[in-house]
Design a protein around this ligand. Structure first.
Ligand SMILES: Cc1cc2nc3c(=O)[nH]c(=O)nc-3n(C[C@H](O)[C@H](O)[C@H](O)COP(=O)(O)O)c2cc1C
Length: 346
């Protein structure tokens, strides 16, 4: 193992030309790709390290409260409860683990929206499901926990039927107009962005769907000028305008939300959905934005990790420049594809 590491570093650091030639062969020869990414180009190794660090953190946390595990369990129970063909008993294999996770979550972090959601879901579950010895055991443990909760904090809610939701008040044309108005703006007025507006936009953005409702993201909001210059220079795509950005948001995905390697891409999908909601919401508040690419560059990753004190499993997914548009600046046409060019019916 030590020898492989040594060879790897030597090849990676020393011979740029060798690395280039090897990279060119790797894209043509499948076998060589394995050799290349094992020994010469270590980009995937860093990614692997991040994923692995997430899995380890996830497993460790089962000991002292694992929010994403709990959220996934609650989500699965809700799916079972809302299923058209609901079974008389379900979730028997994991209900006890779910209640244990609830207990640990409450003990380690106190009351939260996750506890509230879990409380409501468990309550319905235990009322409606057919009991077995295993479900009884979980129920007993749940009852022991809820006496510790301050019931005044709980927002008691029940699932509603799809037809009982609010009437839709936004027309297709409204939504079209919002989307046609939003365009990437890269030149801003020298005017601060109010925190209140960022939080209002985020509170809507967070309504986005996410896999198993785990919501594996957080956002670093940078408004301090010095910090903006420090972190704004890292994503190369803003090199020409980062000095004038009034506020930046760094969207961070958390790979410790997952137990299995197969789920490693979810942070990008879930965070992307929030970001889209966010930039549309900003538009309704009079703010403009530009999403900025966060490429996988080792030096930039390391600097950002230091700057925000990130763990190896916390990955920047993308960043967003936010500000009031300079009314005189031009906006690229950025023609969009037409529907018939992107669809195929089956
Ligand atoms: C993931 C992503 C990364 C982007 N990276 C950059 C970037 O680094 N620099 C930049 O100026 N614009 C960036 N953009 C903005 C795109 O260039 C822009 O969305 C695209 O040209 C379409 O224009 P529109 O946003 O005005 O519709 C990025 C957009 C996305 C979604």
């Amino acid at each position: 193992m030590k020898l492989i590491k040594k060879v790897r570093l030597k090849l990676h650091n020393g011979k740029k030309k060798v690395a280039r030639i090897s990279g060119n062969v790797a894209v043509k020869v499948k076998f060589w790709a394995n050799v290349h990414y094992l020994l010469i180009d270590l980009s995937l190794y860093r990614e692997m390290h991040g994923i692995n660090s997430g899995i380890i953190a996830h497993r460790k946390r089962t000991i002292d409260g694992n929010t994403s595990f709990l959220r996934r369990c609650i989500h699965r129970i809700e799916k079972g409860l809302s299923s058209k063909n609901r079974r008389k008993k379900f979730a028997e294999q994991y209900i006890l683990d779910a209640v244990i996770a609830f207990k640990k979550e409450f003990e380690s972090k106190g009351f939260s929206e996750t506890i509230n959601w879990a409380y409501n879901t468990f309550t319905t579950y235990f009322e409606e499901v057919e009991h077995t010895p295993q479900i009884d055991k979980a129920h007993k443990l749940f009852d022991e926990q809820i006496v510790k909760l301050d019931t005044r904090l709980i927002d008691k809610r029940e699932m509603i039927r799809a037809g009982m939701r609010n009437d839709i008040t936004v027309t297709y044309e409204d939504y079209q107009s919002l989307n046609l108005r939003r365009r990437s703006v890269r030149s801003y007025k020298n005017q601060p962005v109010e925190r209140d507006k960022i939080e209002k936009a985020l509170s809507i953005a967070l309504q986005a769907p996410s896999a198993c409702n785990r919501q594996p993201f957080s956002f670093k909001i940078v408004e301090n000028k010095e910090k903006l210059l420090e972190v704004g220079s890292l994503p190369l795509g803003a090199a020409t305008f980062y000095e004038d950005i009034p506020l930046m948001v760094f969207a961070i995905g958390d790979l410790s939300a997952y137990e299995y390697i197969k789920d490693r891409h979810i942070i990008y999908v879930d965070t992307g959905l929030v970001v889209m909601n966010f930039i549309l919401a900003l538009e309704t508040l009079g703010l403009s934005s530009c999403v900025i690419n966060w490429p996988d560059v080792k030096e930039a990753e390391m600097k950002l990790a230091r700057s925000f004190d990130l763990e190896p499993h916390e990955k920047c997914v993308t960043c967003i420049a936010v500000g009031y548009a300079d009314d005189e600046c031009y906006i690229p046409l950025s023609e969009k594809k037409k529907v018939n060019n992107v669809i195929e019916y089956y």
